[in-house]
Design a protein around this ligand. Structure first.
Ligand SMILES: Nc1ncnc2c1ncn2[C@@H]1O[C@H](COP(=O)(O)OP(=O)(O)OP(=O)(O)O)[C@@H](O)[C@H]1O
Ligand SMILES: [Mg+2]
Length: 233
């Protein structure tokens, strides 16, 4: 069951020269948000805060009752393993391993191993149209297929929070549209909250709720019923 995700008063100093600050945002469990904005504005960094991959130097990240930014590194690892599916921009697949093994590795991190993991991994790859590609390694797959393996790995442990960084960056427009549809459908099936980072207008326009970094004044996202509302431009 997806919990509410709230980020408040977030700022981050990457050393003395780069300080990023963010508008507050609040998503109810199961909502969708797209984040856009120019290169270097801090989109990936924001996704990393949500995933517990990085701790902001200021502000709070809350997932339900959990204050994610206050957790230790191992606490954040556990939070991520239990709750988060992350689709990296460049996929982060292990080159020496098959599609199936890549998904099994992800499940292992979430503590799911053995026969149960094998069933899950096969199921999620099959659901993404990769039943004939289970034993191919990433270099034997097309870019779109690698994208789907990365997505299968992100969703196999049934995360409640699905985060995707530029999921269409390597795809042609039609494959890009499919990838976003797949993310939304998968999140919908899991009842997961979905946050997508993209600079692609076709992707941005597909979402009702949008946060454009670098443009929005430091104002909170309005708290509105599920699916409603947009960030004021
Ligand atoms: N590890 C780091 N050390 C120092 N500065 C960093 C580090 N990671 C990111 N930055 C800086 O923080 C800023 C935001 O980076 P981030 O990767 O979040 O941007 P982005 O919006 O995702 O950009 P892009 O659209 O190009 O992916 C950039 O100016 C970047 O140079
Ligand atoms: Mg980025």
């Amino acid at each position: 069951m997806a919990q509410a995700l709230s980020l408040t008063h977030i700022s981050h100093a990457y050393g003395p020269d780069v300080t990023l600050s963010y508008p507050d945002l609040h998503l109810e469990g199961g909502q969708e948000l797209v984040i856009s904005g120019p290169s270097g504005v801090g989109k990936t960094t924001l996704l990393h805060f949500m995933a517990g991959l990085l701790r902001p130097t200021g502000g709070e990240v809350r997932y339900g009752e959990l204050l994610v930014n206050a957790l230790s590194e191992s606490g954040r690892d556990l939070f991520r393993a239990r709750n988060v599916g992350y689709v990296f921009q460049d996929f982060h697949l292990m080159p020496g391993y098959s599609a199936l093994e890549n998904v099994l590795l992800g499940l292992g991190l979430a503590g799911i191993r053995g026969a149960a993991a094998l069933t899950r991994a096969r199921e999620s790859l099959t659901a993404l149209g990769l039943a004939q590609r289970l034993h191919h390694s990433p270099n034997q797959l097309s870019t779109g297929e690698r994208q789907r393996v990365a997505l299968a790995r992100a969703v196999a442990h049934r995360p409640a929070l699905l985060l995707a960084d530029e999921p269409t960056a390597h795809l042609d427009p039609s494959r890009g549209g499919e990838a976003v549809a797949l993310l939304r459908r998968t999140a919908g099936e899991l009842g997961a909250t979905l946050v997508v980072v993209s600079h692609d207008p076709a992707v941005v326009n597909a979402f009702e709720q949008r946060l454009e970094l670098g443009k929005v004044a430091a104002a909170p996202l309005p708290k509105q019923p599920q699916g409603a509302g947009r960030v004021p431009a």
